[in-house]
Design a protein around this ligand. Structure first.
Ligand code: SIN
Length: 497
């Protein structure tokens, strides 16, 4: 089923290039890769297939820009980020159109993402001038110790397709606020949003070479390799799967780079039977599970419902899912779009088949919506889920809600913590003591109590266990792009000034 893509108000924001040293460029080879609309498979456009050598040029540009950029006043960098923030909002409709076109999420969600993405520029424009050091009492008489925090250097950023704007701004904003320059690898599936954001960087007056965006699809592995091994790069920040994170960490160890990794999740969403507002818990579980058709790292993946309210919860949850409208993201009224590509839908299908073969029952969905296109899967609710099913231990990253019954708090915390990863976890309760107890017992980096949505520029976003380390957003986010220098002044008592 085709759909009509609205024309951009500013056509110059559709750019089929990479962005190096302030200019939009092609790969030296002239090679390009195709980008397709996940809703109907049609060609959107092409982008340069960068090689390692092309990427090195971007690294050199970022290195050349670093000395003068780190020397700019923090207040001036703040103003640049503020201008970039405003330009994101001024071009919100066009950015949202690009997101829906290449990612597939419904247009209202894409608009929400642009606001979220822009909020990182606003937040870090406010952090830039507040990078403080300490004065430390020395152990040696007459000595004084103080610290300053300096930009780590040129950063290699590798970003995913599920938030084509927000995952880029969440990394670039703190890097620039700290005084770093960046080479950012945009996702092969969604390079056009990144290019539009790069064009807005140019218009915001960000100096050339400070922000570089490299594009690649087939060559992603070699671009990732050069970003993680090149001696000039001092910091790598990656959002993506745990498997790729492990590889990039190994590669980054060759030159001991500072690293932060936001990797896969498998979020437990727990509903205790003391929950006063079952409808509220259902709405929150729906929002968490089906955001971006289940394609976020913090989506609920295992929904645990206490046995006494299990049936009522499942019935209400399924009624809500019946109200969804599945379709291409530009169609008015559509609430949920396709998944990104064939590999994604195959995984969803395998998870459902695995669960049903082991005794799960489908309450709604359970198959592809092929009449809409090859990447559409009907939003699905499964009951009678058990711990031996793949969904219990693997992130589905798709629109499938598996509901697991549980009996006691002790049981559910143990089940929740069985996962190898630990990004987000959620629970609903009316018991204050339990709220503190469970929040502290869950082995995750972020907890939502009585809410299913925690994303916020003010939140230190990140995980524990095999979900990685490092925090994005919040005042912690800028630390990832800073190094501390300790300065000792000796013999203060004898100083002759
Ligand atoms: C992610 O899926 O990695 C990010 C989700 C978010 O920021 O809400």
């Amino acid at each position: 089923m085709g759909h009509t893509v609205p024309p951009l108000k500013d056509k110059s924001l559709f750019i089929e290039k990479a962005f190096v040293n302030g200019e939009f460029v092609d790969a030296a080879s002239g090679e390009k890769f195709e980008v397709h609309d996940p809703s109907d498979g049609k060609l959107i456009g092409t982008c340069p297939e960068f090689s390692a050598a092309d990427t090195e040029k971007a690294i050199e540009a970022a290195a050349a820009a670093f000395p003068s950029f780190r020397a700019t006043l923090a207040r001036e960098r703040a103003r640049m980020l503020r201008r970039w923030y405003q330009l994101m909002l001024d071009n919100l409709d066009d950015l949202a159109t690009l997101i829906t076109w290449e990612n597939g999420k419904p247009l209202p969600d894409a608009k929400g993402e642009v606001n979220y993405a822009a909020s990182f520029f606003e937040w870090f424009s406010e952090e830039a001038p507040r990078v403080y050091g300490d004065t430390i009492p020395a152990s040696v008489p007459g000595n004084r110790i103080y610290t300053i925090r300096e930009p780590v250097g040129v950063c290699g950023l590798i970003t995913p397709w599920n938030f084509p704007a927000a995952m880029i701004t969440r990394k670039i904003a703190p890097a620039l606020a700290a005084g770093c320059t960046v080479v950012c690898k945009s996702p092969g599936e969604t390079p056009f949003t990144a290019n539009a954001i790069a064009e807005l960087a140019r218009r915001a007056g960000i100096p050339k070479g400070v922000v570089n965006i490299v594009t690649a699809n087939k060559n992603t592995v070699q671009v990732g390799e050069i970003l993680t091994t090149h001696p000039t790069i001092r910091k790598v920040s990656f959002t993506g799967s745990t498997g790729v994170g492990k590889l990039l960490m190994k590669q980054s160890s060759s030159t001991l780079k500072k690293v932060s990794f936001e990797l896969g999740g498998n979020a437990p969403f727990i509903v205790f039977d003391d929950t006063p507002d079952l409808d509220g818990a259902v709405a929150a579980a729906i929002a968490s599970k089906f955001r971006s058709s289940g394609q976020t790292c913090v989506c609920a993946n295992r929904i645990y419902v206490q046995r006494g309210i299990y049936e009522a919860f499942a019935a209400k949850f399924t009624e809500k899912v019946k109200t969804f409208k599945l379709g291409p993201g530009f169609t008015p009224g559509v609430t949920h779009g396709p998944v990104i590509h064939g590999r994604a839908i195959e995984k969803v299908e395998q998870h459902v088949q695995d669960a049903t073969s082991k005794g799960a029952k489908v309450l709604i969905g359970g198959q592809r919506a092929s009449e809409l296109g090859p990447n559409f899967y009907n939003p699905t609710v499964l009951i009678n889920m058990t711990g031996d099913m793949r969904i219990a231990s693997e992130e589905t990253f798709g629109p499938v809600a598996g509901l697991f019954p549980f009996d006691t708090e002790e049981d559910v915390v143990r089940l929740a913590n069985k996962a190898e990863v630990g990004l987000a976890g959620y629970f609903f309760t009316n018991d204050l003591k339990r709220a503190y107890r469970v929040a502290e017992a869950l082995e995750v980096g972020m907890v939502g109590i009585n809410t299913g949505i925690i994303s916020d520029p003010a939140l230190p976003f990140g995980g524990v266990k095999q979900s990685g380390f490092g925090r994005e957003g919040s005042s912690w986010g800028i630390d990832e792009f800073l190094v501390t220098k300790a300065i000792t002044i000796g013999g203060i008592a004898n100083l002759k000034i």
